[in-house]
Write a protein that binds this ligand. Structure first.
Ligand code: PLP
Length: 471
């Protein structure tokens, strides 16, 4: 019989080629046009309609990577990428991920690979310390952290736990009865509404609470919404507050929201997907003021903490509530370690059963950079964002559209929506940088998100020159 497999020696040789390919990419990415300009279907048109009957040489595969795939890549790892929020990779993260692929373990139960669980638990506890998060999120008490694929999944898991707590476990048994209500600000990420739909609560039972002039949730409006629902006989169960909204990095007032949630027995979830990373810096810990009252919290090392996608860090204060909502134990997963009660089985902490060893890349990142290294990168991004905001504020043709608490500058040219939109398209078409937009107060707003792993002052200065020239 033919041996179709790649031998370890071939893997060694091809592996070197691939690492070289990635290293070349890191060196060259700054020179690439940031935004892919292909039209819909261009890439598909270059792929064969049918799979090869016989295996092909790895050289051919790598050649097609350059020929076919690269033109269709928007370069998120370019230091000139200022769009959306960053999705950063870094050398140690890529290598950690590669080893995780090489090990190929499923970490669904402690028993299926004890190291996958124990490294993850320790990494989550390290993050509690690194970000100065409340002790109730550490695994030494009743809480703990788990890596999820995304903040969207984490918010869903939190909502399912909250739903079960609010209904005494009856929703899992009987289905939802239409009484539960969820609250988030009008600026909250769409993942909250998605979670509300998936959890069977229904978009009509999501209250989008008004925001103030900094785009942060108005606590008085939250209180009024909860009271109205209580008067209507409904069950307020879950508030998702945001630290760093997607449009403008607004920070909801956690102390006031936490007090309201505690008074009404409502689960408080805090979504700090992007901004949480800023709390690596002691001078930025204020963004988490009031977090002690939260039942759950999520931030994404896969955005700004140099750990490539996917790696979303989700914490709960009461892990029993989460596990109670999500655990189902079929016979084929029974094992002594689980029954001893001495181990975490992370399959019970999220929706999927199977799970990769994602903690490895986080471990590599934290050990490579050290807390100081990570702080230094984040501190520089924050400095650059403030600098950029100053340039905007001082230019009579431009205006800031929102406060800049973290690393996102929302701004616009004074020429109106059409002028700003045309400017953004011109800039992105140029390939020299990538910017995206949002609407704030109904007006077209440019977003300059400064947080790519390799972005330096010279990139931000150049971007500002290009923006001014694109008017
Ligand atoms: N929450 C906020 C505040 C975000 O900005 C984002 C993405 O940008 C998300 C949630 C969704 O993140 P994920 O892609 O990890 O689901």
């Amino acid at each position: 019989m033919n041996d179709y497999h790649m031998t370890p020696d071939e893997f060694r040789a091809r592996g070197r080629d691939v690492i070289d390919w990635i290293a070349d990419y890191m060196e060259e990415v700054e020179g690439y046009p940031v935004m892919s300009k292909v039209a819909p279907g261009d890439i598909a048109a270059r792929l064969p309609d049918h799979p090869p009957r016989q295996g092909e040489s790895f050289d051919e595969v790598l050649a097609d990577l350059d020929e076919i795939v690269l033109p269709g890549i928007t370069h998120w790892q370019s230091p000139n990428f200022f769009g959306y929020f960053p999705a950063n990779a870094s050398g140690p993260a890529i290598l950690g991920d590669l080893i995780s692929s090489g090990l190929g373990v499923q970490g669904m139960l402690w028993a299926t690979s004890p190291a996958a669980t124990e490294v993850e638990t320790r990494m989550m506890d390290w993050l509690v310390e690194m970000l100065g998060l409340p002790e109730r999120f550490s695994s030494s008490g009743t809480g703990g952290g788990v890596i999820q694929d995304s903040a969207s999944s984490a918010t869903l898991a939190a909502l399912l736990a909250a739903r079960e707590r609010a209904t005494g476990g009856l929703s899992n048994r009987d289905g939802v009865d239409g009484s539960i209500v969820v609250y988030a600000s009008s600026q909250a990420h769409s993942s909250v509404e998605k979670a509300v739909r998936i959890a069977g609560i229904g978009s009509n039972h999501l209250r989008l609470v008004d925001v103030d002039d900094t785009f942060a949730m108005r606590a008085d409006a939250l209180e009024a919404a909860i009271r109205a629902d209580l008067d209507a006989g409904l069950v307020p169960a879950f508030v998702s507050a945001t630290v760093g909204t997607t449009s403008s990095t607004a920070i909801d007032p956690l102390p006031a929201i936490g007090e309201i949630c505690a008074r009404h027995g409502v689960w408080l979830h805090v979504d700090a997907a992007l901004a949480g990373t800023a709390a690596l810096l002691p001078e930025m810990r204020w963004i988490h003021e009031g977090l002690e009252a939260a039942d759950s919290y999520v931030f994404n090392p896969h955005k700004w903490m140099l750990t490539n996608f996917d790696c979303s860090a989700f914490f709960v204060a009461d892990r029993a509530a989460l596990i109670g909502a999500l655990s189902i134990l079929p016979e084929y997963l029974r094992n002594q370690a689980s029954e001893s009660g001495e181990v975490f089985d992370y399959r019970d902490w999220h929706v999927p059963l199977g799970r990769r060893f994602r903690a490895l890349k986080l471990w590599f990142v934290i050990r490579h950079y050290g807390v100081e290294g990570l702080q230094s990168v984040v501190r520089e991004h924050l400095r650059l964002a403030r600098e950029f905001a100053t340039w905007v504020a001082e230019d009579p043709d431009f205006e800031l559209a929102a406060p800049v608490p973290v690393n996102l500058v929302c701004f616009r040219h004074i020429g109106g929506d059409d002028a700003n939109e045309a400017m953004m398209h011109r800039l992105n078409e140029s390939g020299r940088l990538l910017l995206t937009h949002t609407k704030l107060d109904g007006r077209f707003t440019l977003r300059m998100s400064i947080g790519q792993t390799r972005t330096e002052e010279r990139h931000v200065r150049k971007a500002w020159e290009l923006i001014k020239a694109a008017v």
